[in-house]
Design a protein around this ligand. Structure first.
Ligand SMILES: Cc1ncc(COP(=O)(O)O)c(C=O)c1O
Length: 447
């Protein structure tokens, strides 16, 4: 006999644990099924998936092409150990080499983003013989010990001191960083890049293996610099023989209107690229670490000290192949770019109505609203790394009540729907956002 909606929640709470939370406060929605951009809970209520779950269900839910590929592969062969190989693995490796930035030729597959980041850091340290990895404070790179240390996100704090070889870098956060006071975005970005070069010198370039940056910033607030920043980072890496690792776990597979976030900066050539999420849109877990030809050749004669039982999982690779076919056949990368412009216009219209929208950031279907009490002082509606304020709780609750599922973090509202979103669904999402923001207009204290 199946569980009632209440039994699903009770048994989940009694016998399972939830990530990143005090368990007692967990009050989940029990979902039952999904199609396209919508998910339904066990009581039959429909939600517009405005965050593609964890910014991973890029092609939308229940795509028949991917379901068929998974079913056919499951009936044939689901798994073999990773030192053997299969057609889905060979096909996916080839497809990735074709869509990735030039020069990235070989992939080491993993189960998700975290282990792909771990493998990237291992490969960089083995290849260079150097120890330190430099990362941004406002970034997230995964939940295991070293990956959590690499991300500067506050989720690392309970894990501190973490691994000793991570060095954190200042963020190109034009809206809030003091480095930008009295400067344009580009001027401030160059100051931050100069500070990064100084940190490299102070840390000893001969000890610095890699700079690890999200190809396009994600959960920390889509805090993305201008191209001058990336050009300088590329120059710094070259000057000191440091590798550049781009983490495309969230920003990959069309999310920002390009295959990968780093494609927005064609001058920059990553040595290692990490992906997960959108490669399978969550239909089966999969991640990977792509290496440049030069690094890959190094491992022709040196052992690549990394491995996982499920590396190159056959079913996951088949899901990856089918996903890339969907991105290509349905032109979803272009669609993300086009719908992203309409989303931006819609968010700008909301900002005309709701002065609490302090800043809109991002591109493609990867955009965030930063909510403030006052546009002049930029005082946030909820403080960084503090429990959510009452107004932001009101926003989050109203969105959910009115049938929109997304994540609201501190004073940030994320707008990252599946890339198949159409005009009507966009209008529906914007209308629900409008209703939720109307509820907190009275908390705006600015003029
Ligand atoms: C940029 C980035 N890197 C790595 C990760 C970790 O990926 P996973 O949760 O699949 O292990 C995430 C997850 O959100 C991410 O956004």
């Amino acid at each position: 006999m199946s569980f009632t909606p209440q039994e699903i929640i009770e048994n989940s709470k009694a016998h399972t644990l939830v990530s990143w939370s005090a368990q007692g406060a967990w009050s989940p929605i029990a979902y039952d099924h999904a199609e396209g951009v919508y998910v339904w809970d066990a009581n039959g209520k429909r939600y517009l998936d405005w965050s593609s779950q964890l910014v991973n269900v890029n092609i939308g839910h229940g795509h028949p092409h991917v379901i068929k590929a998974i079913q056919e592969q499951a009936a044939k062969l689901t798994y073999v150990e990773p030192s053997s190989t299969t057609e889905p693995r060979a096909r996916l490796g080839k497809m990735l080499a074709e869509i990735a930035p030039a020069g990235l030729t070989k992939t080491l597959f993993s189960n998700g983003g975290t282990d792909a980041v771990e493998n990237a850091m291992k490969a960089a340290r083995l290849f260079t013989g150097r120890e330190k990895i430099l990362t941004r404070y406002r970034s997230y790179h995964g939940g295991t010990f070293a990956a959590a240390t690499a991300g500067g996100d506050p989720r690392r704090l309970a894990n501190e001191p973490g691994v000793p070889w991570i060095v954190r870098l200042p963020d190109p956060y034009a809206y809030r960083s003091p480095a930008y006071r009295g400067r344009t975005q580009e001027e401030g970005d160059l100051v931050i890049a100069d500070m990064i070069e100084e940190i490299v010198q102070l840390e000893g370039p001969e000890y610095c293996a890699a700079i690890l940056l999200e190809g396009y910033s994600g959960t920390s607030g889509i805090i993305q610099p201008s191209p001058v920043f990336w050009t300088r980072i590329g120059e710094i890496c070259k000057k000191y023989g440091i590798l550049l690792i781009t983490d495309e776990v969230m920003s990959g597979f069309g999310r920002t209107g390009e295959w990968f976030g780093i494609n927005h900066y064609p001058d920059v050539k990553p040595d290692i690229l990490v992906f997960a999420k959108g490669v399978t849109s969550g239909y089966v877990p999969l991640g990977g670490t792509m290496l440049s030809q030069e690094i890959a050749e190094y491992f022709d004669t040196h052992v690549l000290w990394a491995g996982l039982t499920y590396s190159s999982h056959t079913l996951a690779c088949a899901a990856g192949v089918a996903n890339i076919e969907v991105y290509q056949n349905e032109r979803l990368i272009e669609r993300s770019r086009e719908m992203g412009k309409k989303l931006r216009q819609g968010l700008m219209d909301l900002a005309e109505k709701h002065p609490c929208i302090g800043e809109i950031r991002g591109t493609g279907l990867h955009q965030v609203l930063e909510i403030v009490k006052d546009r002049a002082t930029r005082e946030p509606m909820s403080e960084f790394n503090k429990p959510m304020s009452d107004p932001m709780k009101t926003v989050a609750t109203t969105l959910k009540q009115n049938g929109l599922s997304t994540f609201v973090r501190w004073n940030l509202i994320f707008n990252c729907p599946p890339l198949i979103l159409n005009d009507d669904q966009l209008a529906e999402g914007l209308a629900i956002l409008d209703q939720a923001l109307s509820k907190i207009d009275s908390f705006y204290t600015g003029k």
